[in-house]
Ligand binder design. Structure first.
Ligand SMILES: [Zn+2]
Length: 365
C-alpha cells in the first residue's frame, strides 16, 4: 500500500535492476556530491569510482534505447533518496503519520517507508490504532549508519505528537530493521507525559511493550525479546531506594518500570483467564483521553487502566513497587513463565505454570 506504484511497462528485469542501481548511484553522485567517497549499492557492496562510471555509461545508453521511466504524469518508478526537507505521509485508518526529513540521506525511500510502517504497525498491535490522530516524525540527518537519539512530545497548539529522531544519512536497511527507537517513541504518545517522579511508568510501558510489539510483527523473535529482558531486568530491581517513585537511576526508571509492566501484564492475564493483558488497560487509558495530548498525572492513568478492566492490578502493584521497595524473585519468575536461559541461549518450557501467559504476551490474546 505504501510502496511507490510501479510502471506497467518497462525494461527487462536484469536491465531494470541495473538501471535502478545506476540511477541510484547517479543521484547520489550528482545531487549529493559524494564523488569523493564510496557509495553503497543495492546489495550493500561498496561502489568503486570505476563501477560508477560504468553505471553512468549504462544509464546514458538506457535512456537512448528504452522508453521513459515514468508514467505520463505519474510518480518515478524507481527508488531514490528523498530530496532535502521532503515529507513522506502515511495513513492508518483515520490516523496519520508524516515524516519530515531535514537534510539529504542516502537511504532508499522504500527503506525509510518500511522503517516507519513497521514501527506504526507494531504500535497498532498494542493500542489497536495509533495513539494520537496526527504524529509528525522529524528526522534530523547526521553522519554514519545508525538510528540515534530520539524524543517524543505533544504540541498542544497544533495538536500533533512530535517525534524527533536522529538518523545517519548512510543508515542501512539492516540497521533500520534492528532499531526499536521509533516504536518506543510512538508508544510514548499513548500515555500521558507524567510528572518526573513517575517517569518510570512512562518509560516502563515503552520499554516493556516495544519488543512485544516488534515480536508480533515479526521484527524480532520471542527468544531475543526474553533474552533482553532477562539480561536487563536485574538493573530494575530495588537498589536501596524506597520504591520506583523515589529513584532516578537509569536501571530503575527503564527496567524497574518494565518489571512493573511485566508483573501487571501477568496479573491481569491471571485474573482474566488470559482474555486481557496490560495492553488492554493501556487501550482503556488512551480511550479515556490519557495520551500524550492530555495533562493527566500518573495516578489518573492508573485509575483509568484499572477501571477499563474492572480490576485493581495497576493500583495494587503501584503501592507495592512505587510507594515501597517491593521485591521480585526473578529466577522464580522466569521459571514460572517457562523461560530457560543458558549462555545467552533461550529455550521454552511449555509445561511451566505460566507458559500460556508467556505465549499470550508474545502473540496477543
Ligand atoms: Zn522513552
Amino acid at each position: 500500500m505504501l510502496e511507490l506504484q510501479r510502471a506497467s511497462r518497462g525494461p527487462p528485469a536484469a536491465f531494470d535492476r541495473f538501471m535502478k542501481l545506476s540511477l541510484s548511484i547517479l543521484f547520489k553522485q550528482t545531487f549529493l556530491l559524494k564523488t569523493s567517497t564510496l557509495v553503497e549499492d543495492v546489495d550493500g557492496e561498496p561502489m568503486t569510482f570505476a563501477k560508477t562510471l560504468a553505471a553512468m555509461a549504462f544509464v546514458a545508453i538506457g535512456f537512448l534505447c528504452f522508453s521513459p521511466l515514468t508514467e505520463a504524469g505519474g510518480q518515478s518508478t524507481y527508488d531514490s533518496p528523498p530530496p532535502a526537507a521532503s515529507q513522506i505521509p502515511f495513513r492508518y485508518g483515520t490516523d496519520r503519520v508524516i515524516v519530515v526529513i531535514d537534510g539529504s540521506v542516502n537511504i532508499r525511500r522504500s527503506d525509510l517507508k518500511a522503517y516507519v510502517d513497521d514501527a506504526a504497525q507494531a504500535v497498532i498491535q498494542i493500542y489497536g490504532r495509533l495513539p494520537v490522530p496526527l504524529t509528525i516524525v522529524r528526522v534530523e540527518v547526521t553522519n554514519g549508519n545508525r538510528v540515534g537519539f530520539a524524543t517524543s512530545t505533544y504540541i498542544d497548539e497544533s495538536e500533533y505528537g512530535l517525534i524527533e529522531l536522529s538518523l545517519g544519512r548512510d543508515t542501512s536497511r539492516a540497521s533500520l530493521n534492528k532499531s526499536w527507537t521509533l516504536t518506543h517513541e510512538l508508544l510514548h504518545l499513548g500515555f500521558p507525559i507524567v510528572e518526573k517522579s513517575k517517569r518510570w511508568l512512562a518509560e516502563g510501558i515503552a520499554t516493556y511493550e516495544e519488543p512485544i510489539a516488534r515480536v508480533r510483527t515479526g521484527m524480532t523473535s520471542p527468544e531475543e525479546m526474553w533474552a533482553d529482558l532477562i539480561k536487563n531486568a536485574p538493573s530494575g530491581l530495588p537498589q536501596s531506594d524506597q520504591g520506583l517513585n523515589y529513584t532516578r537511576s537509569w536501571g530503575r526508571v527503564y527496567w524497574g518500570g518494565a518489571l512493573y509492566c511485566l508483573l501487571a501484564d501477568i496479573e491481569i492475564r491471571k485474573q482474566t483467564k488470559n482474555k486481557f493483558g496490560l495492553e488492554h488497560a493501556l487501550r482503556g487509558i488512551a480511550r479515556s483521553g490519557g495520551t500524550a495530548a492530555s495533562d493527566w498525572n500518573a495516578r489518573q492513568a492508573i485509575d483509568a487502566g484499572d477501571q477499563a478492566l474492572n480490576l485493581t492490578v495497576l493500583q495494587d502493584l503501584y503501592t507495592k513497587m512505587a510507594l515501597n521497595p517491593g521485591s521480585i524473585d526473578l529466577h522464580q519468575l522466569w521459571n514460572q513463565l517457562g523461560i530457560k536461559e543458558s549462555n545467552g541461549d533461550i529455550s521454552f518450557d511449555d509445561s511451566a505454570p505460566l507458559a500460556s501467559i508467556r505465549k499470550a504476551i508474545e502473540n496477543g490474546s
